[in-house]
Design a protein. Structure first.
Length: 360
């Protein structure tokens, strides 16, 4: 369905003022009556859409193509969710998957004068629409945020800024939690020279004339992925409305013919990154009913370093959380079984079903 997105009004990149949202209703919902349900909001990662988590059963099959699979993955399947909830294994919940895909392939769930206020879109537009149109338990204790990769980052990011809305957080294989958004160093090992890959990326960006020149992303070309990330991060975390076509202060500049990192831009971006906001959000992070962060044993090494840095920051401040590194997992291969076997149970155990929820 399409949901009004007034929070995106005034954006400079043509983002629509209606955005897609997928909703799963549990088996008993169709029975009507007065029963109300907790809600879990599911956030996708880079290049995803609302269909990444919840893909309608009648959605047409698409031939394989670049930037296709993750967009339409349908990680959670209606028939399996129906089985789990009908069996009483987990009490029934409403699941909602919004989209945060924009022209840069991801909005990072950030308010930006360039692409619109995507944090507000999730926290205000989507939550408000769902509470107004479905039988929800419209209270903090009965709402959760969960997400994968960039959606794991978004889970912690949005919740820390809107603690009155959410009580329970599940970040699955989150990205962007460490220094430099867990992208690794810009510099060649043991040197102050920009690494060859980043030199190529910066050179390619300098030669681009339009957002349309951004390469597709299917996960197979690291350099293309990082180029997209750099431009999307600039629009989200160091926006500059006066600098088309990409509208973002770049992380680099040229001095004497060589690329160097612009430390002022880097510092500006850090103001929006979860790691650098743990201290500022200390009391907020303590207020959540539960925080669960996990990733697989074969996770991308830079993401492991970033997640380790983030949970270390939580630990040093005595902020409660649950952390798990699971067997046989890489960045995305275990999302479906993890959510079915562990995630839904974790969410149910920490959400308030109350008298209206009718939990078994």
């Amino acid at each position: 369905m399409m949901v009004p997105a007034p929070s995106l009004e005034g954006n400079l990149t043509g983002e629509a003022l209606e955005q897609p949202v997928s909703v799963y209703l549990p088996p008993s919902y169709s029975e009507g009556g007065e029963r109300r349900y907790p809600v879990v909001y599911l956030l996708h990662g880079f290049s995803g859409t609302n269909r990444t988590w919840l893909n309608s059963v009648d959605f047409p099959k698409r031939p394989p193509s670049a930037d296709n699979f993750y967009r339409h993955a349908g990680i959670l399947e209606k028939h399996r969710l129906d089985e789990i909830f009908s069996s009483g294994e987990v009490p029934e919940m409403i699941l909602v998957a919004p989209s945060a895909r924009n022209v840069y392939k991801h909005a990072f769930y950030t308010n930006s004068p360039i692409t619109g206020n995507w944090e507000d879109h999730i926290a205000e537009d989507v939550v408000g629409f769902v509470d107004a149109n479905y039988r929800t338990l419209a209270r903090r204790e009965s709402r959760a945020l969960a997400g994968h990769s960039g959606g794991g980052h978004g889970t912690l990011f949005i919740a820390s800024r809107n603690p009155e809305l959410f009580s329970t957080l599940y970040a699955m294989a989150p990205c962007c939690l460490g220094p430099n958004m867990s992208l690794g160093s810009y510099f060649a090992e043991g040197s102050d020279e920009i690494a060859p890959m980043w030199q190529r990326i910066f050179t390619r960006i300098d030669a681009m004339d339009s957002i349309d020149d951004m390469p597709p992303h299917d996960g197979s070309k690291v350099e293309d992925f990082m180029l997209n990330i750099e431009l999307g991060t600039g629009a989200a975390h160091s926006p500059d409305p006066s600098d088309p076509p990409f509208y973002g202060d770049r992380i680099y500049r040229k001095e004497a013919g060589r690329y160097v990192i612009d430390e002022e831009v880097l510092e500006r971006r850090r103001a929006n990154w979860n790691l650098y906001n743990v201290e500022r959000h200390d009391e907020v992070l303590r207020s959540f009913e539960a925080i669960f962060i996990d990733y697989g044993e074969f996770e991308i090494p830079d993401l492991v370093k970033g997640n380790s840095a983030y949970v270390k920051a939580l630990s040093e401040r005595g902020i409660p959380f649950r952390m798990e590194v699971y067997e046989d997992g890489n960045h995305g291969n275990m999302l479906r079984p993890r959510m079915y076997s562990i995630g839904l149970q974790f969410l149910a155990e920490n959400l308030d079903f109350g008298d209206e929820g009718g939990a078994p």
